[in-house]
Write a protein that binds this ligand. Sequence first.
Ligand code: NMX
Ligand code: MLT
Length: 432
Amino acid sequence: MLLKERLEAIIPGWRDRQRTLAKQHGDVVIDQVHMRQILGGMRGVKSLVTDISYVDPYEGIRFRGHTIPEVLEKLPKPSEDAMPYVGGLYWLLLVGDFPTEEEALSIEAEWKKRNQVPQHVFDLLKGFPSDTHPMTLFAAAVLALQPESVFAKRYKEGMKKTEYWEPMLEDALNLTAKLPVIAAFIYRLKYKGGDFIAPDPDLDWGANFAHMMGVENLKYRDLSRLYFILHSDHESGNVSAHTTYLVSSALSDIYYSFSAAMDGLAGPLHGLANQNCLYWLQGVMNAFGGVPTHEQMRKYAWDTLNSGQVIPGYGHAVLRRTDPRYKAQYEFALKHMPEFDLFQTAKVAYEVIPDVLKEHGKAKNPWPNVDALSGTLQQYYGVTESDFYTVMFGVGRALGVTANTVWARALGHPIERPKSVTTAMLEEEIKG
Ligand code: NMX
Ligand code: MLT
């Protein structure tokens, strides 16, 4: 496999770099921890390392050092005006260099070989009560795949620590190959009477998802590729990435780790915000009978804040400017649906909410994040079932977190175990 050969060639160099840092410079101080950080969700504490992506507060995400516009321009594409192959993005995340077309297509080919979902997984999903949230179904389906783990099997047989990454890569490819099929199955099961559409072997990973969803507009294939690329990774401290990293640090395989991550993504302050954001925008339109004026939007936003709720899709733990992932979706909408009333409403929100949040004075970042517009784009193509949106976030997020897990095993990262203190110990500190 091309990918495995490349990883075999580069892993020893990265191991040496991290081993040298730990052994020869282990006492160097990188950060200090303040009381407010211990009591405030560890915000900003530098305590994780990943080379796959980095979030700058003002510039936003860079995947392997590259901004979103660069990534969208330089990754191989099915045609000049199309969004890139997601397989190319996975190569970039795992290997660190932009792939050639052959390399991007080699990942797409691996995914096609591995996308068969065992029947028991579909049967399990069919057995859930019909009002089960799609994220519950998604996390359960991933866990149900766990008996397939090559890592768990090889670990039981006994393998050297330096080999861990190899079965982890197998699991990563097997899992990511199946996720679009599982996600589309959940969609068709819940909202389309169980009329399942089989994958098309001629389509790439992103386009195949669009096909299996049953969306006829071919532009939805591009939106799917874009959506998965944008949601793939956001360094290691966000809830879904950190959960995957933490669980897999116990040498739990990728199925255990990723299904746990999806339980975290299902929270309204994390991935579920995309669903809530859509409800919120629809709420504004219902309240004012269509696209609101700026004054109406201002009033609605203040009503939300005064009732003690957050405005979904705005704010971020790290970012301090508009999320470039929001900008990429905004540009897509401007090009493909400029007159769509929900997009018009989202535009008014963008023009009004940052000032409202600044006046409110609490949120450190008044600007929109990745979730503020994603549901609007889905609505335009007829995927109106907003409960489903976080599942798509999860399919995309799998790319980044599985790449990180392969690397964590390749670099021999240990089990994660930070230290806790008691309240009394913190009080002792202030007595000096
Ligand atoms: N609307 C109202 N209040 C807000 C908002 C918002 N959009 N964002 C932050 N605040 C409040 C926050 O609740 C906190 O209040 P309090 O002091 O009463 O606890 C205060 O501002 C300070 O919070 P920050 O330090 O700015 O934000 P934090 O890092 O704690 O949280 C989020 C980050 C993203 C959880 C927060 O901005 C939020 O709840 N946003 C709305 C939900 C959302 O869009 N989540 C999606 C994030 C992206 N994702 O995909 O995961
Ligand atoms: C994410 O993509 O995970 C979110 O933007 C949350 C974060 O980075 O904290």
